[in-house]
Design a protein around this ligand. Structure first.
Ligand code: FES
Length: 299
């Protein structure tokens, strides 16, 4: 009898399921169930905000459960060798080849005898992969939704300094500049605005903006249209705003058109006016989104 025939005999023989095998099957099933439960607990932990120590323990239980189940399955439930194929002749006989194919099929049947454990193992691994999407999705941060299209500036917004002080006609000398915000969003990243006084009389930057620059005050978004850095440097001599990130220059007197650097469009101008009590207010919100032109890229 050849070695393959020995092997076939071993695989074909109907080995009765012993108590020991049943015990191992139970152990494997419990390992996978433990892993599934720990994975569900990990998902709940992610949803509730996460806790590194708890996540670490649960990961240990998940991977440990899958690992122990697979090791026990492979060690005690899969038929063991060693099976050595004899190599006297390189060309196998027809009968030997048939015997080999039968042996392969028998082996597959051996593995397929435990569909419950197979499904349980697949479920444990699949669920673990699914739950691991949570930290990935959480790392993307909150959705901006419509927040990128508008700011806190509205019609009538009171213009205030970073300390919350309302701006009046006398706040700036000619050539002065100040970062301002709407009174309901002091410190807001998207609302930050550069207020510059370029003259002591009304200033028109572009046709149609005759009322936007009362008493020489001009207000431009401080969020650079290139990559969103704060355009915080005002050069009075050249009447230009400079973005320190990539040196874009904006011409203040003509509507903050970019005259140098990578910025692709002007800084949006905020229409402003002085109310009857002398305080500066917004005539309307910005007439376009501030910052980099993300909405144009998909067009
Ligand atoms: S972010 Fe202003 S020039 Fe690049």
């Amino acid at each position: 009898m050849t070695q393959i025939e020995h092997e076939n005999q071993a695989l074909n023989s109907e080995v009765p399921v012993s108590e020991g095998h049943r015990g191992v099957e139970t152990f494997v099933a419990l390992s996978f169930v433990l892993s599934v439960l720990a994975t569900l607990a990990l998902g709940v932990t992610f949803v509730l905000g996460g806790q590194p120590q708890v996540e670490g323990v649960l990961l240990f239980v998940i991977l440990g459960g899958i690992g122990m189940g697979m090791v026990a399955w492979g060690k005690y439930l899969v038929p063991q060798g060693p099976y050595v194929q004899e190599r006297e002749t390189l060309k196998s006989e027809l009968l030997e080849r048939q015997a080999f194919l039968e042996s392969l099929e028998r082996g597959q049947r051996q593995l397929g005898r435990r569909p419950f454990l197979t499904k349980l193992m697949g479920g444990a691994i699949g669920l673990f992969g699914l739950v691991n999407l949570f930290p990935f999705l959480r790392s993307l941060g909150p959705q901006p939704k419509k927040a990128l299209y508008s700011t806190a500036w509205t019609k009538g917004s009171l213009v205030v300094s970073p300390s919350g002080t309302p701006v009046t006609v006398d706040t700036l000398e000619i050539g002065g500049a100040l970062t301002v915000f709407p009174s309901n969003d002091v410190g807001g990243a998207m609302s930050q605005t550069m207020l510059i006084r370029v003259a002591d009389s009304d200033w028109t930057t572009k046709p149609g903006r005759e009322t936007w620059g009362p008493n020489g005050y001009l207000a431009y978004s401080k969020v650079c249209t290139h990559a969103g850095c704060p355009v915080g440097l005002y050069q009075e001599l050249t009447q230009q705003l400079l973005c320190p990130c990539h040196q874009s220059l904006f011409d203040v007197l003509s509507g903050a058109n970019p005259v140098f650097g990578p910025a692709p469009r002007p800084l949006p101008q905020l229409p402003i006016y002085f109310d009857s009590s002398g305080q500066l207010r917004a005539q309307a919100p910005y007439d376009q989104p501030v910052g980099p032109g993300f909405w144009e890229r998909g067009a």
